[in-house]
Design a protein around this ligand. Sequence first.
Ligand code: SAH
Length: 339
Amino acid sequence: MTIDTPVTTPRNAGTTGSISLVGIGPGHTDHMTTRARAAIAEADVVVGYVTYIKLVADLLDGKEVVRKGMTEELDRAVHALEAARAGKKVALISSGDAGVYGMAGPTYEVLFQAGWTPEDDVMVEIVPGASAINACAALVGAPLTHDFCSVSLSDLLTPWPVIARRLDAAAAADFVVALYNPKSGRRTQQIVQAQALFLRHRRPDTPVAIVKSAYRRRQQIVHTTLDQMAEQEIGMLSTVLIGNSSTFLRAGLMVTPRGYANKYDVDQGFETREGEKAGRSLSSGLLGWIEGVRAEHASGLGLTELARRHRLPADYIEQVLATPDEHEPTEAGAEETEA
Ligand code: SAH
């Protein structure tokens, strides 16, 4: 494999100021990337919460360090832009990934408001980091090996009906869900409401893991179930992982199957099941499924009945029935790798 994109993009490094939005991972230096440490080491000004500043204390010699509180995000972005315009290299530190419920969004908003464009002299770089969802998942097993999403329960900037609708939709769609910002001193009922919404779609014994302070000194992991999750100790430093309908807990590990059992007979030495082919879509994958729907339609089932049976919108089924026939490519290269 060749990598032809440069790892860093120092387009005008050295000449003018820059802003690096640095994700430092969950909170232990071992889980910080080399680029994250380098971006901080290269900076003239380092801005971030006290807790995160402490984590990179060894890199701060001779730098201007701006320790900010929790509610000064826009302030921090404005400060960063001013310093960068003055020719300084600024590193804005975020825990996890700066683009996940972090400073990246507010910073671009402030930058655009100030007339900044990517062609500007001030260079902006986002340094990715392992987000809480990755860190917490790694500690509890393999909960994210099938489709997942995250929802923040913080209603500080998002109306509750928006959050509730997303919870309801994610629960109904059987996503594994990570709840960020699940609870704080003042926000104690959001998690109770989230539980109620999930229980409308998922079994009470659905596995749930609550991870507090992943990879930090006070790390704590609790395995529980959906019907008991709201009674557990949950706080500002916790992430709640709710399993989907296939997620199981075994030997203290939360695991979501990839779906191998649909294709291979797991009990019979992983023999490919009848009608399935290794490296190809399932017989109930897109093309096989369309064939099936067509047959059902031809046998007299109407749109409404098909929509109900497949739990999909009738206009989508109609569109599928109108799709021209296609055959799965058979040449080499059609195989998929998923690792
Ligand atoms: N940018 C961060 C998220 C900031 S929002 C990231 O990518 O991880 C803050 C929320 O993140 C917390 O309320 C908690 O839900 C989660 N979080 C951040 N660090 C965590 C950690 N070390 N352990 C568990 N949850 C964490």
